[in-house]
Design a protein around this ligand. Structure first.
Ligand code: RBF
Ligand code: ADP
Ligand code: MG
Length: 388
């Protein structure tokens, strides 16, 4: 940290990357590879996916063959895997906060350019599945429309030219290192949104590194602020997940006074890949017991170096016993903050208690409390009562 930080220069235009920034392209690639590797008795390591981000198909295949010690050539891998991707382009999900950001900026008249290394034709195809996106971009530039792709600044300079704005008045939002490099070389402000956790140190040339688009603060850059935060919470499109409570691998969370009822990561990796790691809240239905307020983390447990994201709901109620094996159903309705590293266990515990207070209060707001009656939560109750 330097003592004198130059004043942030305010921007008027935004340039967005597509794959890994707006669209969960990497998630799709991960799903395909996860399924594929099973055939060779290998387990996909979600944390090492950085090895393939921003690479060409040939480089990706070579890295996979090497990393997993596959008994096939790079060319064989490509020919086996290519068909698995072909019908997936329509299923690439928007990343958390992508649709919200596009709507916010275009709603406030902030011009947006889309600048992606992938060919113009693929860009058009991929965004066609997302309502309102194409119309929101003032211009779209593909990698085939410039001489050199990122990390060359050319694509961003061309975007600024077509937007009719000085490069220094542009904010670039990028997930990949080549993209960040290109944005800085173009003389632009760059916010990095790495697709994978714990990558921040690699992105030191960016003006800011955020965990997901949900955490972007446009006002920092002179753009209109989001107005959808309510009492320190961000409402999200509710999502539902459930299963039997398993013995987790907590670092003694009951000892810390924070018991978390873990769900197995098996079978949930796809849905978890759609959500940014961080702290969320909502309602928890526990078979035969009831429905409770809940605050939870989605993350990569730094202590156990797990290769899958974990989900750790803390039910805000005093139970006097364990309930391993019981069916737990969750309705996740809001977001609080990104997962963070804390300098001490004490500061982590204090922050988690803050999260608890935020969640407990917010869940009384009608916009969140209605989900207490979600059929998904009730179903587990009545079903189990019926059988017992
Ligand atoms: N652990 C972290 O390292 N960083 C966090 O920001 C963080 N936030 C949490 C928020 C909540 C609501 C809960 C229940 C846990 C959080 N944890 C966090 C703890 C993390 O899940 C940790 O791996 C568990 O304590 C292990 O059992
Ligand atoms: P582990 O995660 O290693 O199983 P924890 O210390 O996190 O160990 O304890 C989790 C267990 O504690 C849960 O599975 C559940 O049975 C029990 N438990 C008791 N009270 C709560 C609560 N309020 N929220 C979540 N789990 C609770
Ligand atoms: Mg636990």
């Amino acid at each position: 940290m330097t003592a004198t930080k130059p004043l942030m220069r305010l921007v008027s235009h935004v340039i967005l990357d597509l794959d890994g920034t707006l669209l969960n392209t990497d998630g799709t690639v991960g799903e395909v590879l996860r399924t594929y590797l099973v055939k060779y008795g290998k387990q996909w390591d979600g944390k090492r996916a950085q090895r393939i981000v921003g690479k060409t198909p040939l480089e990706t295949a070579a890295a996979i063959v090497e990393d997993y010690g596959l008994p096939c050539t790079t060319e064989e891998l490509i020919s086996e895997i290519t068909p698995l991707f072909s019908d997936r382009w329509s299923n690439i999900k928007a990343l958390p906060g992508a649709a919200r950001l596009i709507k916010h900026l275009s709603g406030h008249g902030v011009p947006i350019a889309l600048a992606s290394n992938s060919p113009r034709e693929n860009i058009e195809l991929k965004i066609s599945y997302h309502n309102g996106w194409k119309e929101s971009f003032s211009i779209i530039i593909g990698g085939d429309e410039v001489k050199m792709g990122k990390p060359s600044p050319e694509i961003f300079l061309e975007a600024a030219k077509r937007l009719n704005v000085e490069p220094s008045n542009c904010l670039v939002i990028e997930d990949s290192l080549p993209g960040v490099t290109a944005g800085k070389a173009a003389g632009m402000r760059v916010v990095a949104v790495p697709s994978l956790p714990k990558q921040a140190p690699l992105y030191s040339s960016a003006d800011e590194v955020i965990n997901s688009l949900l955490d972007l603060e446009p006002e920092k850059w002179g753009l209109p602020p989001f107005q959808d935060w309510i009492e320190s919470t961000l409402p999200i499109e509710p999502w539902y997940i459930g299963g039997p409570v398993i013995k987790g691998f907590g670092r003694g969370s009951k000892v810390l006074g924070i018991p978390t009822a873990n769900l197995s990561a098996d079978g949930f990796s796809a849905i978890l890949s759609e959500h940014a790691s961080g702290v969320y809240f909502g309602w928890a239905g526990l078979s035969t017991r009831g429905i409770y307020k809940m605050v939870m983390s989605i993350g990569w447990n730094p202590y156990f170096d797990n290769t899958e994201k974990t989900i750790e709901p803390w039910l805000l109620h005093d139970f006097n016993e364990d309930f391993y094996g019981e069916e737990l159903r969750l309705a996740i309705v809001g977001y609080i903050r990104p997962e963070a590293n804390f300098p001490s266990l004490e500061s982590l515990i204090a922050k988690i208690h803050d999260d608890r207070n935020v969640a407990e209060k917010a869940l009384d707001l009608p916009m969140y409390s209605v989900y207490k009656d979600a059929p998904y939560l009730k179903a587990s109750l009545s079903q189990n009562n019926h059988h017992s």
